[in-house]
Design a protein around this ligand. Structure first.
Ligand SMILES: [Cu+2]
Length: 289
């Protein structure tokens, strides 16, 4: 073998034979005693502590218009919180390497390209195993958490309600939602087809939405209730929610749908079932189902 053939292929330092290797803990200690390693670990911890509050801060914009008004929204906020928390150690480490490199390994005018003298990371078994295990563990956790939350959100939309609250059940509420440039209208088929331009919903009842559009694609987004689904012309999309809080909430169009898209929003009024039924009656809709 000549020098030319092996250049760049062989690691600069041959790994030592396993028998000569000091025990793992010793090697970690030796590694940590290097100034750059210590610097990066300390920086990671500092940045981590500074970033930790992000898990709470990230929820603030989600709560600008009010706290969650359904179990679905509670699940969504939990997921955002946990995902932010889990990403903190990774983000901290990446930023620590970046900041350390910028400060300590800054180039100066007239410097030539440094020779690569340090051993390649692929020869450092502990480093490779740790990095792979930690990132695989975190990714696996996120997948499992995501799947569990997704199942819970789906069941909160439809499944956990009692039989008479299932779609078509006596206790369930059906609302036919129609989007058009640039308003929403709501029809209550169980109440003689009463039609409104404010979305009235009863608290603690499963509500099912049949969503469609008269013109272009819109998106039916109940902000505090955590419901979001496309409104497509010529098709009906279905979703559901059980509101858990009485109050006034927001419905916004979440799909760019033309000039006045930004103004395509309306009120959602969640009220006790008695008030809901009497309101429907006032508007001319006797309960037919
Ligand atoms: Cu729209």
């Amino acid at each position: 073998m000549t020098d030319v053939n092996t250049k760049g292929l062989e690691p600069p330092d041959e790994p030592e034979a396993p028998t000569n290797r000091p025990p793992s803990m010793e090697r970690i200690r030796t590694w940590l005693s290097r100034p750059y390693a210590r610097g990066i670990v300390i920086l990671s911890l500092i940045i981590g502590v500074l970033l930790l509050p992000m898990a709470w801060i990230v929820l603030i914009p989600m709560n600008v218009t009010g706290a969650p008004a359904s179990e679905i929204m509670v699940n969504i906020e939990q997921t955002v919180f946990v995902f932010t928390l889990v990403s903190v150690p990774i983000v901290s480490f990446v930023y620590a390497v970046l900041v350390y490199s910028l400060i300590k390994w800054r180039g100066h005018k007239g410097d030539s390209i440094p020779e690569d003298k340090s051993p390649a990371i692929r020869t450092n078994t502990i480093g490779v195993v740790l990095w792979t295990a930690v990132s695989a563990g975190l990714a696996f956790f996120l997948v499992v958490w995501g799947l569990i939350e997704l199942a819970q959100i789906t069941s909160n939309s439809y499944g956990t309600v009692t039989a008479d609250q299932q779609p078509g059940g006596e206790q369930s509420i059906i609302v036919n939602v129609t989007g058009q440039q640039w308003v929403w209208t709501f029809e209550y088929p169980q109440h003689d087809g009463v039609t409104t331009d404010v979305l009235y919903l009863p608290k603690d009842r499963a509500v099912y939405f049949n969503v469609t559009s008269k013109d272009v694609i819109h998106n039916f987004w109940l902000v505090e209730l955590g419901v979001k689904i496309d409104a497509n012309p010529g098709a009906i999309t279905q979703t559901g929610v059980t509101p858990t809080k009485v109050g006034s909430f927001n419905l916004r169009c979440a799909e760019l749908c033309g000039m006045h898209h930004a103004y395509m929003e309306t009120e959602v009024e969640v009220m006790e079932i008695e008030s809901f039924t009497s309101l429907m009656r006032e508007m001319g809709g006797g309960k037919t189902a």
